[in-house]
Design a binder for this molecule. Structure first.
Ligand code: NDP
Length: 386
């Protein structure tokens, strides 16, 4: 059996955080929890920190630090707040860091964890999309191990095991198509936030659920795959697979295609990353293909869902452009969730911001954050002028 390992969960109170801690709860003797973080949810964070005996609990929004302190008083768990404390938590050098903050807000702490040279189990795709080359260079420089938690990338990682990139003909990312995959353009215009977050297969946080509905999730994943698996953009493709059973595929030059299948439960890819290169048990129901009966596939429709085209163009342009796409999407998704803009405006505003801002390639974390900030400001201007 493996010796005890130390763990930090960035975004412990979210959907990925909960799935991660569910697995840790079942294997308590194998993990020592260093730090757990949240944005504002001090109550749940304190409960988790007490349950797992964390050394440190951090709320990114300092306004919630008094509540966190009060909930942890006398427990011996350190409480801290603010963006610098978040980075400090990530820099405490846990052997494994699960990066599960949503959005580019997770970039600075994820980079801090990478700089410690440990294992980073990456769910926070927006961080890699925004920082691209800057993050991958840091991974190489610090000897960190970046393991993908996103189910598609985890699937590809497993299908690539033991094979060289030059033998790859295609990497195919599967997409459920989201809750609106069969909706007409007219119907999409009136889609509500409640409808968008009701994903048919996966139970996820609000932002990624909307991304799944617009297909920006797949667009972000295309850029994520471009950095994680350097086979070239022209060998990455997307296919709609409504059942979400095949999580992605790799086709080799000899015509063999390897696919990874599993239940639509994020505990499977999280367990794969936590245990790698070993395997661990999960409580997930076994895959019952006879019960599922049918697996279907179809081409994405970029006329109704332009997000994957925009993401491909952003990856092709490279430099700071993917960070612009991501930031404009984050602002537009938040505006949609707050009822300020319609569903179809999300992609329209991302395209507008991309058309208005072409920053020079970022060379450092602070350059990326500057691009992110400017793109957010431009997207906010569009939202407020709606
Ligand atoms: P959730 O919204 O459920 O959770 C987000 C977590 O990040 C919470 O702990 C939240 O704290 C924290 N957080 C939010 N904003 C900030 C901020 N500004 N600064 C610091 N912390 C913040 O998201 P998910 O768990 O769904 O997604 C997390 C990441 O994983 C995303 O990048 C997503 O794309 C990716 N992912 C998610 C999947 C899923 O099934 N959910 C699947 C594959 C990838 P608080 O609770 O206090 O708000």
């Amino acid at each position: 059996m493996r010796s005890m390992r130390s763990l930090t969960v960035l975004g412990a109170t979210g959907s990925i955080g909960a799935s991660t801690l569910d697995l840790i709860r079942r294997n308590r003797d194998q993990w020592r929890v260093v730090a757990l973080t949240a944005h504002a949810n001090a109550g749940d964070l304190a409960k988790l920190a007490l349950e797992f005996g964390a050394e440190l609990a951090v709320v990114a929004d300092e306004a919630h630090l008094p509540a966190l302190r009060e909930a942890l008083a006398g427990s011996g768990v350190e409480a801290a707040g603010g963006p610098a404390a978040l980075v400090e938590a990530a820099a405490r050098g846990a052997e494994v860091t699960v990066a599960a903050i949503v959005g580019c807000a997770g970039l600075a702490p994820t980079m801090a964890a990478i700089e410690q040279g440990g294992v980073i189990a990456l769910a926070n795709k927006e961080a890699l999309v925004s920082a691209g080359e800057v993050m991958m260079a840091a991974v190489a420089r610090h000897g960190a191990t970046l393991l993908p938690v996103d189910s598609e990338h985890n699937a590809i990682f497993q299908c690539l095991a033991g094979n060289r990139a030059e033998h790859v003909r295609w990497i195919t990312l599967t997409a459920s198509g989201g809750p609106f995959r069969d909706w007409s353009l007219e119907r999409l215009q009136a889609a509500t936030p409640a409808e968008a977050v009701r994903h048919p297969n996966w139970d996820m946080g609000a932002k990624i659920s909307v991304d799944s509905a617009t297909m920006f999730n797949k667009g972000l994943e295309l850029i994520e795959a471009y950095h994680l698996f350097p086979v070239g953009l022209d060998r990455l493709r997307i296919i709609v697979h409504p059942q979400s059973v095949v999580h992605s595929m790799v086709e080799y030059r000899d015509g063999s295609t390897l696919a990874q299948l599993g239940p639509s439960d994020m505990r499977v890819p999280i367990a794969s990353a936590l245990a790698w290169p070993e395997r661990m048990d999960t409580p997930c129901a076994p895959l019952d293909l006879a019960e599922i009966g049918e697996l279907t596939f179809r081409k994405p429709d970029e006329a109704r869902f332009p997000a994957t085209r925009l993401a491909r163009e952003a990856a092709q342009a490279g430099g700071g452009i993917p960070a612009v796409l991501n930031a404009a999407n984050e602002i537009s998704v938040a505006a949609f969730l707050h009822g300020q803009i319609s569903f179809t405006r999300i992609a329209a505003y991302v395209e507008d911001v991309l058309g208005s801002y072409a920053p020079p390639p970022p060379a450092s974390l602070s350059d990326v954050l500057e691009v992110d900030g400017e793109a957010r400001a431009r997207a906010r201007t569009l939202v407020t002028s709606t």
